[in-house]
Ligand binder design. Structure first.
Ligand code: CDT
Length: 300
């Protein structure tokens, strides 16, 4: 049986005053713990290096200066790559990317056990708004601070596992996973920052967690894939975000779930052959899909 020691490193709050160096030290401590528990790959959150800054109104220039990475690895993040090579541990990391041309993206990378970047993804489904909402308790300015990702939903063979990536709001859209499953993804990894309060409508608090879970569980089952999702959660300077980081099997079942809203590692030995049964039988795409009846999906 092919298997992968798969860990999710949930993060508690990163406050505005926290330095990149202190955050990287937390990530490194969790990478070491994941290794000691048998992991070969660890998933870190979306925008893992800073507070979830789209909640604050400021200019694009100020956001880029304070929260974006012009280089990856950069001086503060290099130690994480060095540790990955030392421990022979792959990872997913979300961060705010500023390209040499000045384009801002909400980005995630895949890094292999040699500490080399093997894949990049730029968030496609950007939630929120671009205008100032002074009446709201906080902002959700992803549409102001980021451009729509331009790399599509690709898959990457990393240490002999076919992996796909997405970021936060992408996880709620079935097309995200289906496009990667059509490229034979075996594992989809993602990070998220989900505020407990929805500023757009009066959503009951419990739905923030249940819609998160139902999205991941249905996607895992309907595509015969493992899904591993890492939250940044807890109260960042008084702004609470949900936890419930999980690892979901291709059966749609949650096999590990974080209990806390703090830094916490969850870990499983993921049987990569499990998804094959689903992809050979009920979800044998080549045999049973009827794309001629799905055209509307790409036309609208
Ligand atoms: N980071 C992110 O994409 N969060 C969104 C919040 C949606 S409410 C504007 C999410 O889907 O969890």
């Amino acid at each position: 049986k092919r298997s992968l020691g798969l860990a999710v490193a949930q993060m508690g709050a990163v406050n505005l005053a926290d330095t990149r160096e202190s955050v990287v030290a937390r990530l490194m401590a969790m990478m070491r713990e994941a290794k000691s528990r048998g992991a070969e790959f660890v998933v870190f959150p979306e925008l893992a290096l800073t507070t979830f800054f789209p909640r604050y109104w400021m200019s694009e220039a100020e956001a880029q200066q304070r929260f974006f990475e012009p280089a990856m690895p950069g001086p503060a993040t290099q130690p994480l790559f060095d540790l990955a090579r030392e421990l022979q541990m792959g990872f997913y990391l979300g961060y705010a990317e500023l390209t040499p041309e000045g384009q801002p993206f909400n980005t995630a990378i895949l890094v292999d056990r040699a500490g080399k970047i093997t894949g990049k993804y730029r968030k496609i489904h950007l939630p929120g708004h671009s205008e100032h909402k002074p009446e709201a308790p906080f902002q959700h300015l992803e549409k102001k601070f980021f451009e729509v990702g331009d790399l599509g939903f690709r898959v990457f063979d990393t240490d002999a596992v076919r992996m796909g990536m997405c970021i936060c709001n992408d996880r709620r859209w079935p097309e995200t996973y289906r496009v990667m499953a059509l490229q034979s993804a075996e594992v989809v990894v993602l990070g998220y920052n989900t505020p407990s309060v929805n500023i757009h409508w009066n959503e009951p608090a419990h739905l923030r967690t249940s819609t998160h879970l139902v999205s991941l569980q249905s996607a895992a089952y309907q595509n015969g894939i493992w899904v591993a999702a890492a939250a940044k959660c807890g109260s960042e300077d008084g702004h609470h975000m949900i936890g419930s980081s999980v690892i979901v099997a291709p059966t749609g079942e949650i096999v590990a779930r974080a209990l806390s809203e703090e830094d916490e590692v969850i870990c499983v030995k993921a049987d990569l052959t499990l998804g094959e049964f689903f992809r050979e039988h009920v979800f044998n795409f080549a045999k049973h899909r009827r794309p001629e009846h799905y055209k509307l999906i790409t036309e609208r």
